[in-house]
Design a protein around this ligand. Structure first.
Ligand code: FES
Length: 371
């Protein structure tokens, strides 16, 4: 984009003019965005667009994108996530990813490291197609997973696999802010080669005395710890773990394991967590009856008790989703009729013509949904 065009669309005055009803009237029916994006593809009066400025493959099954969002983006707190949308075969697809960079990065860019799910749609597409110059959409940052202010005096970070990204953001933010408390970082991966930020973590360990890194490998014995999470691992990482505020992100078995230990210790209130994969939960067998009808797709399936999103995917439909755990609202569709159960809370919903989150709703008997 030329410097002139950039100045034209980024100045506050230009933004006010382009957002005005006068400009809207002049550009009817296509709207201002359609015309201005020919000069600056990042421009939008309503949506946060971002340019991919760098693409890296740090490990065999991940892709790291650096994005320069337009001026509508309000920044994020380390640990929060954004919804990233890309158009694949003419359909906009949205997924949730946590920036891994410091929240104070000076150039305002955000770094998303995306673990590639071979059975997924968006991550393999990004691995194959992402390149500098591409324009994507992002949401404002969301989520309650961040380190509160004032910072606790002792922080324990636990992550597994690609769950490292929000935790890496916390680590980078803390080092950049010259945090003087104690930080312990326990990270799980299959082997050393699977640690996404391996080199940088080693540099942080070398540079900051107050930061202790513990590497746990489930499939190799050359780490500090070997095998899956246990109370023994927790004690080995930080014997004063009960006094720390703990921030956890990773795959479900790790999340469940840590949660169980904290519950048994009576310190669940000190555990803060982020998860991007919900366990497959089904309703009771006597509720897994009837027919699930996807009205807009004219598809019917026998209800098997899984969530509506899972049953739609099993039927060959490709509804959009983001977090799959009921926080981002990407998977919302209107329920025309029937009763559903929230698989996380157990709540029953028998209302008709209501929007429901299909990723956490399982049908109880006949259900019809406008999907
Ligand atoms: S996919 Fe995020 S709420 Fe369902």
């Amino acid at each position: 984009m030329s410097l002139i065009a950039q100045r034209l669309t980024s100045s506050a005055l230009a933004r006010r003019v382009l957002n005005s009803s006068f400009a809207a009237a002049l550009t009817t029916p296509h709207g201002v965005d359609r015309y201005v994006e020919m000069i600056d593809p990042l421009w939008s009066s309503t949506e946060i667009r971002a340019e991919v400025t760098e693409v890296e493959r740090k490990t065999a099954d991940s892709v790291t994108l650096t994005l320069r969002p337009n001026s509508l983006f309000n920044g994020f707190k380390a640990g929060q996530f954004v919804k990233l949308s890309v158009e694949i075969d003419g359909i906009r697809r949205t997924r949730c990813y946590s920036p891994a960079n410091s929240q104070f990065r000076r150039d305002g860019q955000i770094e998303l490291t995306i673990k590639v799910d071979p059975n997924g749609l968006v991550s393999p597409w990004l691995l194959a197609n992402a390149k500098p110059g591409m324009i994507v959409q992002v949401s404002q940052a969301q989520g309650e997973f961040f380190i509160p202010l004032p910072h606790p005096r002792s922080i324990l970070l636990i992550s597994g696999g690609s769950g490292i990204t929000p935790v890496m953001s916390m680590l980078r933010t803390l080092t950049e802010r010259a945090y003087i408390g104690k930080v312990t970082f326990l990270h799980y991966s299959f082997t050393e080669d699977d640690v996404i930020y391996r080199k940088e973590i080693a540099e942080i360990e070398e540079k900051y005395e107050g930061i202790r890194i513990i590497r746990a490998y489930t499939n190799a014995d050359n780490g500090d710890l070997q095998g899956f999470f246990s109370r023994e691992h927790l004690v080995a990482a930080d014997k004063h773990f009960a006094e720390a505020e703990t921030f956890l992100c990773g795959p479900m078995p790790l999340m469940d394991g840590v949660r169980a230990v904290f519950e048994a210790e009576g310190i669940s209130d000190r555990l803060h967590l982020e998860q991007f994969a919900a366990p497959t939960r089904t309703v009771a067998t006597d509720e897994a009856t009837g027919t699930l009808t996807f009205g807009a797709s004219e598809v019917e399936v026998e209800n098997n008790g899984q969530t509506i999103l899972e049953q739609a995917e099993a039927a060959g439909l490709t509804p959009d989703y983001g977090c799959r755990i009921g926080i981002c609202n990407t998977c919302v569709f209107k329920k025309d009729s029937g009763t559903t159960r929230n698989v996380l809370t157990g709540e029953i919903d028998s209302d008709e013509d209501v929007n429901i989150k299909t990723c956490i709703s399982a049908p109880c008997g006949d259900v019809s949904i406008a999907l």
